[in-house]
Ligand binder design. Structure first.
Ligand SMILES: *Cc1c(COP(=O)(O)O)cnc(C)c1O
Length: 434
């Protein structure tokens, strides 16, 4: 297998017929469903859910829906015993329509509208994570008008640098999310929630960022949040029962990247909270975590068809595929790197060539894989597969150049099932008003 197994969904095999996932040949899937397409390994997705649930048994795991959510995925999460972190009315409704009870949902966002808050309260969302003073009074009024007390967490920025890309760093002080610990804003927000008649403060939340590859930043955040729980007990005589450490665990996009396994990550974090609580004389809170990327990311590959190959003397070779920026924003947003392999046909050991795989959109930054080696006999019509495409790909897909968004095909036990259908040009044009 090239590149190595850990980049590919768990059921991936590579035999003489070509590459298979979930027992389905990728070339057959491309033929039946067209390209570009996302192929999602259901067994891998469910297996990752179970690993998280088991590693954090006795605590709560909320899957971060923004990584990738659709009706079918929501039903898998329900079956596997995970909750869902939602951050808009659309995500909330996706989960509820799939029968996920409000009690399994946690609601996030730095600018939730009054209508969204009312909807969250009406659906009995278990926890709303408050993110601004405006929201504290807004939510208290909404809950009060319905005669309920909404349970909330206060989102805290603990001043921890997560060593990831600036656009996905969220635990430092100077940014839009949360209440700063170091400036006293977090303490003030806690007082405000405790004084709000429609709210019940049950705990604290922090989310440090995304694609984090080291556990020590979570340990530091845990120490600081337990410190704030101790302050709250001292100042207000209130014992907080919940501590949500957010998501952010990274995955491998390239062969040499070594992500943390949740089975190694969970004990480190749980131990640290236990120690910090023991030192401050607090009871152990019920923890929550919110993995998105670490569950969805590795389960999915994107299939593309090669449309043109441009070779110019002295310059690089450009391999253009039938998608790009519209199905994968990450290279343009975060300088993210990927690999690709030819998935359709195997030609034994052929010479290789270093190429750039680019998309079909009208931006020079529309790069799929900046530099990778592909067989030198790569030809128009060949199929390319890009691994680690399950998180922040379909959920960030867009219609730039009026490009219809790709479908998501779930594969399992040699069967394929469309769980998000392909968009058509008519779908894209439907919103135009003549
Ligand atoms: C984005 C986000 C997550 C999930 O992050 P991943 O990196 O996908 O694990 C979890 N919690 C919150 C509040 C988020 O904003």
């Amino acid at each position: 297998m090239h590149p190595p197994q850990h980049l590919w969904p768990v059921t991936t095999t590579n035999g003489p017929e070509g590459m298979k996932i979930g027992g389905m040949l990728l070339s057959d899937l491309a033929q039946e469903f067209g390209t570009p397409a996302f192929v999602l390994d259901e067994e891998d997705f469910r297996g990752r859910c179970r690993s998280w649930r088991d590693a954090f048994s006795g605590h709560d795991v909320y899957y971060a829906g923004k990584a990738f959510l659709c009706h079918r995925v929501a039903t898998w999460l329900k079956e596997e015993g995970l909750g869902i972190d939602v951050c808009s009315a659309g995500e909330l409704r996706t989960a509820r329509r799939a029968g996920v009870p409000g009690a399994s949902l946690i609601f996030h966002g730095n600018n939730k509208s009054a209508a969204e808050l009312a909807e969250a309260v009406a659906h009995g969302v278990s926890l709303v994570v408050v993110d601004s003073e405006d929201e504290i009074s807004r939510l208290s009024a909404v809950a009060g008008s319905r005669g309920v007390r909404q349970q909330v967490l206060v989102r805290v920025t603990p001043g921890v640098e997560a060593h990831t890309h600036a656009h996905i760093t969220t635990g430092t002080d100077d940014q839009k999310f949360g209440f700063s610990l170091s400036t006293g804003s977090a303490h003030r927000a806690i007082s405000q929630v405790l004084a709000a008649p429609g709210l019940e403060l049950v705990g604290l939340h922090s989310h440090l960022g995304s694609q984090i590859l080291r556990p020590d930043v979570f340990e530091l955040a845990a120490d600081r949040l337990v410190g704030l729980m101790a302050d709250t007990a001292r100042t207000h005589g209130v014992l907080l029962r919940r501590l949500d450490l957010g998501g952010g665990l990274g995955i491998a996009y390239l062969p040499d990247e070594k992500p943390l396994d949740v089975r190694d990550f969970a004990p480190v974090v749980i131990d640290r909270v236990q120690k910090a609580c023991a030192e401050t004389g607090l009871p152990m809170p019920r923890l929550a975590v919110e993995p998105g990327r670490a569950i969805a990311g590795p389960t999915t590959v994107t299939l593309y068809t090669v449309g043109t190959i441009k070779r110019q003397p002295g310059l690089r070779t450009w391999v253009s595929v039938d998608g790009g920026l519209s199905d994968n924003m990450r290279p343009a947003l975060y300088d993210a790197s990927y690999t690709a392999v030819r998935a359709g046909r195997t030609t034994g050991r052929t010479a290789e060539e270093t190429v750039t795989v680019c998309g079909r959109h009208c931006e020079s930054g529309d790069i799929v894989v900046d530099s990778t080696t592909l067989p030198a006999d790569l030809a128009i019509g060949d199929l390319l597969a890009v691994p680690a495409s399950g998180a922040y790909h379909r959920s960030m897909a867009n219609n730039y150049n009026c490009q219809p968004r790709p479908p998501v095909i779930a594969v399992r036990n040699s069967t394929a099932r469309v769980i998000v259908r392909r968009e058509t040009v008519d779908d894209v044009l439907r919103l135009d008003v003549e």
